[in-house]
Design a protein around this ligand. Structure first.
Ligand code: NDP
Length: 328
């Protein structure tokens, strides 16, 4: 039988953590034949709540779950980690400027990068979920210089999944009929969900929609502002859907994406599509042999160019800010 995979989850006692851990332990992250060991990281005041979640995990008697350890120290939590899901982050407080938010998150993600560099397994794969996810991933990566840069991703899969459903509803088709949708840029309100390269039943999706006003005034803002709409409706931020997207991202990273399709992942730019090298930006991506490849050769029209550039500009500004703070 296979050796267990060590999965470190930060912010494990939070809302997303609660939705995520049971799915990891049940085999949905890595597959039904891969045993897992969970390593939960929390801040000291949340360790007790994490212990409660661990009790519930025990009570599920998951056949694949081979152990749960709880830490309040990043250095220990990332020892031997094969997968790191960085969920815990500093939420934006009232009146907090973006610079303050980035600085507070630097205090979280810098030590985690150092811990990954020092103690994680050679095949470590890291997904930043906590916001601002792209720049948190960048900070983490910068403090783990011995780990290949491409092992640090940020999550735009929830945006991708949200866009799939909006498009499927508009065209009255099944999710399974839609291929090659793309989220570009930052996981923020500037993100660009692109259906100009998407296919529906083998035909171009934008042509099938045939309604530029819907794309600009309805589809794009609905996807970009979906998080706020969920807070408004539920009285709490999306958690199960965010956890689901994290599962999808890592599952595909490890196991590959299906032939004839791609997904969206924020990965370090190699300069493709004019995105400055090194920025962790969302691209159309396929996973082969355990690594992402940015889909090449797509023609970008003027409308898409403007949207991609705007989101990438925001990422560059975030990078400049954390550079100014000495975090990267
Ligand atoms: P959640 O579990 O709801 O969210 C965690 C993070 O995920 C937030 O940064 C949130 O961003 C982000 N996120 C990304 N995408 C989404 C999405 N689509 N919907 C909602 N959130 C999204 O937060 P909780 O407050 O419930 O839990 C956070 C936990 O993290 C706490 O238990 C806290 O103690 C812990 N923590 C742990 C740290 C550590 O391990 N070192 C450090 C800091 C906190 P946004 O704020 O923008 O919604």
């Amino acid at each position: 039988s296979k050796a267990p995979v060590n999965v470190t989850v930060t912010g494990a006692a939070g809302q997303i953590g609660y939705a995520l851990l049971f799915r990891i332990a049940s085999g949905q992250l890595l597959g039904a034949d891969t045993p897992v060991k969970l390593r939960l990281l929390e801040i000291p005041q949340a360790v007790k709540a994490a212990e409660g979640t661990a009790m519930e995990l025990d009570d599920c008697a998951f056949p694949l779950l081979q152990g749960i350890d709880i830490f309040d120290d990043a250095g220990q939590a990332f020892q031997g980690a094969n997968v790191g899901l960085l969920v815990g982050a500093r939420p934006r407080g009232k009146g907090m400027e973006r610079g303050d938010l980035l600085e507070a998150n630097g205090g979280i993600f810098k030590p985690q990068g150092e811990a990954i560099n020092a103690g994680a397994a050679d095949d470590i794969r890291v997904l930043a979920v906590g916001n601002p996810a792209n720049t948190n991933a960048l900070i983490t990566q910068n403090h783990a210089p011995d780990v290949p840069a491409e092992r640090f991703n940020a999550m735009t899969r929830l945006d991708h999944n949200r866009a799939l459903t909006q498009l499927a509803k508009k065209l009255n088709v099944s999710i399974n009929d839609i291929k090659k949708l793309t989220i570009w840029g930052n996981h923020s309100a500037t993100q660009y969900p692109d259906i100009f390269h998407a296919e529906v039943g083998g035909k171009n999706a934008a042509k099938a929609v045939n309604d530029q006003a819907w794309i600009e005034d309805d589809f794009i803002p609905t996807v970009a502002k979906r998080g706020a709409a969920i807070i408004e409706a539920r009285g709490a931020s999306s958690a199960a859907s965010a956890a689901n997207a994290a599962i999808d991202h890592v599952h595909d990273w490890v196991n590959g994406t299906p032939e004839g399709d791609w997904t969206s992942a924020a990965v370090p730019s190699d300069g493709s599509y004019g995105v400055p090298e090194g920025l962790i930006s969302s691209f159309p991506a396929v996973s082969r042999n355990g690594a992402w490849e940015i889909v090449q050769g797509l023609e970008i029209d003027e409308f898409s160019r403007g949207r991609i550039d705007a989101s990438v500009r925001e990422l560059s500004e975030e990078r400049d800010t954390v550079r100014g703070l000495g975090l990267v």
